[in-house]
Design a protein around this ligand. Structure first.
Ligand SMILES: C[S@@+](CC[C@H](N)C(=O)[O-])C[C@H]1O[C@@H](n2cnc3c(N)ncnc32)[C@H](O)[C@@H]1O
Length: 326
């Protein structure tokens, strides 16, 4: 990755045999553990080149990412204007990922079309237009990708929040999971919300018109518990068997527990055939990452495991009935 020679006026753009992973916010160290064969780290971006990249093909993508750069390019340029022009000539949308030379990178970003930044009202369909990303490697070299796995700039977006209805802000990660899933409970569908207190997820499900059974060892906020389509059960969710609860359209869990306990409970539901769709938070303990159990979730047919923008030290397991049986 060398700088261009003096007097270069046409940017040199070349495809890279590389995979670039933008770490989930605050979890670069966990992503680095997942990618021991990495070649370089630029800010929160981890790049794997050549044969090490080929070795990743066909494997589940690293979990602790917020965005994958799917078509990495190396762009060599002589000036800020030339860099911006090179990006604009490829496509419209480019998010700047800070790593180094911030002032120069900001000048390039200023010359690019503005990106959508308005908070989004739930539910919404993610934009179906390419979203690129770039960062500076040195004064005359950019790493860029016109295609990224996330349709949002650097994987980030905000919802239009409701500051009065929900008693916690946890509802935003359920909303994001449903946006990523491309589906949400319909009015009258039956949802179980395990680990429901104080009631953010239950509020979000009830607002969609679903019938919600909210289970927690603690009480829900009364204003959620009293909604006409919410029933509450003060109980350990994991000692309840699928046959105790019957058929459900959406089984949701935000229970704080060790991942194997969640896996065991979810497995009993899968075996019963009584739950159609699952959205569950896999919460990590301490500073660590239970990769073995996460891999077990990932191996369930039709599974997606994502680190959502609204997740913390946790991953979200999404499994829809239509994908499980496809
Ligand atoms: C992160 S909070 C859930 C927040 C909730 N999703 C919301 O939107 O407000 C985790 C909850 O799991 C509950 N919990 C922990 N172990 C549980 C268990 N075995 N059964 C039921 N609830 C449990 C806790 O009481 C706590 O209320």
């Amino acid at each position: 990755m060398t700088a261009p020679g003096q007097g270069a006026h046409t940017p040199a753009v070349r495809e890279l045999d590389a995979a670039c992973y933008h770490a989930a916010r605050g979890f670069l160290s966990l992503l680095l553990d997942e990618l021991p064969e990495r070649d370089r780290v630029d800010g929160e971006l981890v790049t794997v080149l050549g044969s090490a990249r080929a070795a990743l093909t066909g494997k589940p993508r690293p979990y602790w990412t917020r965005n994958v750069w799917e078509k990495p390019l190396l762009v060599e340029f002589a000036s800020v204007g030339e860099a911006a022009k090179a990006l604009r000539s490829i496509q419209r949308n480019w998010a700047y990922l800070p790593s180094r030379l911030h002032r120069r990178a900001a000048l390039i970003a200023d010359k690019l079309p503005p990106l959508p930044s308005k908070p989004k009202a739930f539910p919404f369909v993610p934009p179906n237009v390419p979203m690129g990303a770039f960062t500076l490697l040195d004064e005359n070299t950019m790493l860029a990708s016109p295609l990224c796995s996330s349709p949002f700039p650097n994987g980030e977006f905000e919802f239009e929040e409701d500051r009065e209805g929900p008693p916690s802000r946890a509802y935003r990660k359920l909303w994001e999971a449903l946006v990523v899933a491309g589906a949400h409970p319909a009015a009258g569908e039956k949802c179980v919300d395990a680990g429901a207190s104080p009631g953010g997820w239950t509020w979000a499900l009830a607002r969609l018109g679903a019938d919600v059974l909210a289970i927690d060892r603690a009480d829900l906020e009364p204003r959620v518990a009293e909604l006409s389509n919410v029933r509450t059960m003060r109980h350990d969710a994991f000692t309840l068997k699928p046959r105790d609860l019957g058929r459900v359209d959406w089984l949701c869990s935000d229970v704080i527990c060790y991942p194997p306990a969640l896996f065991e409970w979810v497995s009993s539901w899968l075996e019963s055939g009584l739950a159609r769709n699952f959205i569950c938070t896999i919460k990590m303990q301490g500073a660590g990452f239970d990769k073995a159990t996460t891999d077990r979730f990932a191996s369930i047919p039709g599974s997606r495991i994502v680190h959502l923008w609204h997740n913390r030290h946790e991953l979200t397991w999404i499994n829809l009935g239509k994908d499980r049986t496809a």
